[in-house]
Write a protein that binds this ligand. Sequence first.
Ligand code: NDP
Ligand code: ZN
Length: 346
Amino acid sequence: MLGIGRTGWIEKDVPACGPMDAICKPIALAPCSSDVHTVWAGALGNRHNMILGHEAVGEVVEVGSLVKDFKVGDKVLVSAITPDWGSLEAQEGYAMHSTGMLAGWKFSNFKDGVFAEFFHVNEADANLAHLPEGMDLGAACMIADMVPTGLHGVELADVQFGENVAVIGIGPVGLMSVAGAAIRGAANIYAVGSRKNCADLAREFGATEIINYKNGDIAEQILDKTHGRGVDKVVIAGGDVHTFSQAIRILKPGGKIGNVNYLGEGDNVFVPRGDWGCGMSHKQISGGLMPGGRLRSERLARLVETHRLRPEKLITHRFEGLESVEPALMLMKDKPADLIKPLVLL
Ligand code: NDP
Ligand code: ZN
């Protein structure tokens, strides 16, 4: 990212390795919709000459003197969020906000990202995980961000057995939310999107109904399908600042909204007074950055190894070589109809 709206290639020194850190080279990379919000919507504000990317599988090329569990040559899952685990925020249970709001998100936000020949990982023992033997590199790369984020939406919405759930947005993140809601025992899953291949995969992952937001108001359509009762929980993984109004409208009193969508534009999120029970509906909204770290990556890897989750199915486009990051990122920006997620192998 050269500046807002501008991308290109830049030369930088190989990053320095602190005593608890690791330097890795990527062996698989994927661009994220968040990279698109950061560059083209300027959502995080100005960033100059910053290397993009936070989704990678890596190979360790250097470790600091205090690193215990990783050595040069190890293949590793790299979490997109790499908190400072000793921070007070982490001790409070919000490691993703360690040292400040969203500051556990370092790659392509507060420091150079992973679309480079070498990248730096802070607190290697806590933020890397060993790549399980035989794991598909596409699936492994999705464990960096798509899997933890989609599942975090389900956690935030607190989906329980037998509940009816709406998942708004079925790009790669929302598709993992659909799969996560199914794993958590949701009954009816209303998945909102318009692209056919996303809808097909949503069905495969457990969606019971597809709602196309281009065919009319989402709230009307879901209320219609639920005989006016609405749903117990809503996961938001797409849409914009107006999506919250629709989510609140379809939510039963006491229901919860889990938002993982990164709002790239707009100043305010709209909460409709009447649908929010004039402030007394007990309808909760919580939005969160995905949790990062090793334990989380290891647990999600287990879901993939046991085939409860098939994130490799998200990958629709495959590239080879670091230079292919550029066309892969442009695909993510343009979102052609046949795209769910591109993968770059190195
Ligand atoms: P995509 O753009 O691939 O998917 C967005 C989805 O939302 C698509 O299904 C799209 O439908 C749908 N959509 C678009 N507009 C509307 C609308 N007005 N109403 C309802 N649905 C709509 O994004 P990703 O899956 O890659 O990412 C989703 C979000 O998650 C992004 O904002 C991303 O930045 C964010 N994110 C957040 C993270 C976190 O930690 N919280 C981490 C990673 C990503 P269509 O079929 O028409 O495309
Ligand atoms: Zn991301």
